[in-house]
Design a protein around this ligand. Structure first.
Ligand code: SER
Length: 640
């Protein structure tokens, strides 16, 4: 069956059962600043799960475009992709477990014609620490459905070996787990935020019997085993709890259902084809890579993996660009950049020309014709890909040179965007072994910092949160201090305006600046960028901030508690009291988390700063200096 057939069947199946069909939301969440991408169909539905009325009623069905950045490194096996479509149906305080489980089983076995013997399911074992009961109701519903098909369905509690044969499955059909069967946006009951909805879930797995259990994944096989034999095809979440501020769980006013099914995996199951890349939305891309590159898919393990990574990453990139994302060094743009870079690296490895990558956009547009309007944005998509690939070509070559000089693999990964596998392969070619644990530890820290950077973005009051605008905002603070250093302490800010294109700062001063002075100011700002100073926001009483000498805008109105931004060196209020911070300003943000992020190359965090110290004069540039009124000058500048 094709993707169009299955998508259509799903929508119609639920439409017949009283559901309204709604279109997919964008990959870029519209009203949810807490996440970068839509990662599940339920994400745009959170408000309704919490009780708000959906304009279309209590029963909704759709197919949602999703992207999961967490899975970037998983891509390459038979079943993971970063971009996918999630078939979803929802009950907002309407039907519950019985209807949901029966319908979805009917859909999979009757409409999609999956052999029920190949379907295995899971349920929530309970969590006594959080007072959440075992979901035996779900297991019982499944038990009856299987027995109607003449299938004996034994329950197995995962982790107890009593029911496990050598393959671990025995005649187990319904497997109980804890963490695997609790669903919320932030994971398990512990990590959930106060107010967040969640609940037990029941997943369905399809068995690809030609795949044998591989004991390197554990002695026993089970539905959630990573050996690849069982592939999760759907998940019914029974969204009936909400975390309270004291950490306990209360029942939501209404019981909801949130079902999500991986469209592509369901297609793979319907074709009994364990390789998800062989289905109709992905195989044409693989074929096109064969045509353009001359190599055959599936020749060997490595080559198979590289084809999969390229096709997954370029497809995801195409959808992101179509939804308005552009490559950059922060948040969404950074993820897009990473996808393209990984694709470039793997193209290099299979001898596919870099230019071919942008060409793949055409085939992707063809595949989704009539479903998602990619064709109409094709020129823009291709141009974005071409420019980004071109940029990275140079970085790749530079990075390879750096590598020859013995640069830390972590710098290669973060500054030059090399995937770990590539770094490792390069190292192995030279007889070096990379310490994965040390590398992972550094990467974790790096990601934590990048996430803080994205989280910080949403706190401030600036309407325009474009990464470029944020950089200009931070540069604006640096510029004000530089002006004081060069022109004297009396210089005061008199106005400002910041856009993606440039920053503008008006200040009190009574003559034209000399070229010398302008050069000196640029040097100071660029120096501070190169130093990689942390940028930290603190809330504090206005009085305390004034004592620290925090800069405030002329005529600005401030409450008793103010938000203050400190820029390095160690940037804590204590240090500032001793006069150590370079800049202290009253400001709502948002800002970058480190001045090193003002580098438009691959700069992200301070740990990478070593690599740039001597690279160039720096990204900050004064465009214009002029008079706007008596005693007021205006500087327009950019971060390139
Ligand atoms: N929210 C659940 C998931 O993503 C089901 O839609 O698995």
């Amino acid at each position: 069956m094709t993707s169009s057939e299955i998508r259509q069947k799903f929508l119609e199946f639920f439409e017949k059962r009283g559901h309204k069909i709604v279109p997919s939301s964008s990959l870029v969440p519209e009203n949810d600043p807490s996440v970068l991408f839509t990662t599940a169909g339920m994400q745009p539905m959170v408000a309704y799960l919490l009780g708000q009325e959906h304009p279309q009623g209590k029963r909704i069905v759709n197919s949602q475009k999703c992207f999961r950045a967490n899975d970037i490194e998983e891509v390459g096996d038979n079943r993971h992709t970063t971009f996918f479509e999630m078939l979803g149906n929802w009950s907002f305080g309407d039907y519950f477990k019985k209807e949901q489980i029966s319908w979805i089983f009917e859909f999979l076995t009757k409409e999609i014609k999956l052999d029920p013997k190949k379907i295995y399911v899971t349920a929530f074992i309970g969590d006594s620490a959080h007072n959440l009961p075992k979901d035996s109701e779900t297991a019982e519903i499944w038990m009856n459905l299987f027995s109607e098909k003449g299938i004996l369905a034994k329950e197995v509690e995962f982790g107890t070996e009593k029911n496990a044969s050598d393959t671990g499955m025995g005649d187990g059909r319904i497997f109980y787990y804890q963490d695997k069967n609790w669903w919320s946006m932030s994971g398990n009951p512990d990590s959930m935020q106060s107010g967040e909805p969640g609940g037990p879930d029941s997943e369905m797995f399809y068995e690809f019997s030609d795949i044998e259990h591989n004991v390197s994944f554990g002695k026993y096989c089970h539905p959630n085993c990573d050996c690849g034999r069982y592939v999760e095809i759907g998940n019914s979440v029974f969204m009936e709890y909400q975390k309270k501020s004291d950490g306990s769980f209360a029942k939501l006013p209404k019981q909801n259902v949130d079902f999500g099914g991986g469209l592509e995996r369901i297609i793979a199951a319907s074709n009994n084809e364990p390789d998800i890349f062989k289905i109709d939305t992905l195989f044409p891309i693989i074929k096109e890579i064969e045509r353009l590159g001359g190599k055959k898919y599936g020749e060997n393990f490595e080559n198979t993996k590289f084809f999969r990574i390229i096709s997954d990453h370029i497809r995801a990139a195409v959808f992101m660009i179509a939804d308005g994302v552009r490559p950059s060094n922060v948040e969404r743009g950074y993820i897009l950049r990473r996808l393209v870079r990984r694709a470039v690296v793997y193209a290099h490895k299979i001898g596919l020309s870099y230019d071919a990558l942008a060409e793949l956009a055409q085939i992707i547009a063809d595949v989704y014709e009539g479903v998602y309007p990619i064709e109409s944005k094709l020129v823009e998509i291709k141009n974005t890909l071409i420019t980004e690939v071109d940029k990275f070509k140079d970085t790749l070559n530079k990075g390879l040179k750096e590598f020859e000089k013995g640069t830390d693999p972590f710098i290669l990964a973060t500054t030059y965007g090399f995937p770990f596998e590539l770094v490792r392969e390069l190292a192995e070619e030279r007889g070096q072994i990379i310490d994965r644990a040390a590398f992972d530890a550094k990467m974790k820290e790096h990601q934590r910092l990048s996430r803080t950077a994205s989280a910080g973005m949403f706190k401030g009051g600036l309407a325009d949160h474009e990464p470029k605008t944020i950089k200009h905002h931070t540069a604006h603070h640096l510029l004000l201090v530089a002006l004081k250093e060069v022109l004297g302490k009396d210089v005061k800010q008199r106005g400002s305006n910041i856009t993606q294109e440039r920053l503008r700062l008006d200040f009190s001063f009574n003559r034209k600046l000399t070229d010398e002075e302008k050069k000196k100011i640029e040097e100071i700002v660029n120096q501070k960028i190169k130093e990689g100073l942390p940028v930290i926001r603190k809330e504090m009483p206005k009085k305390e901030a004034e004592k620290l000498g925090a800069e405030m805008e002329f005529g600005g109105k401030y409450g008793d508690i103010v938000s203050v931004y400190f820029i390095g060196p160690s940037a804590t209020p204590q240090d500032d009291a001793e006069g150590k911070a370079f800049s202290i300003e009253f400001c709502g943000g948002p800002h970058v988390t480190n001045t090193a992020e003002l580098y438009s190359s691959s700069r992200l965090v301070p740990s990478e700063i070593e690599g740039v110290k001597s690279r160039d004069i720096g990204p900050f540039k004064i465009l214009k200096e002029e008079a706007v009124a008596a005693g007021i000058r205006r500087i327009k500048a950019v971060v390139e």
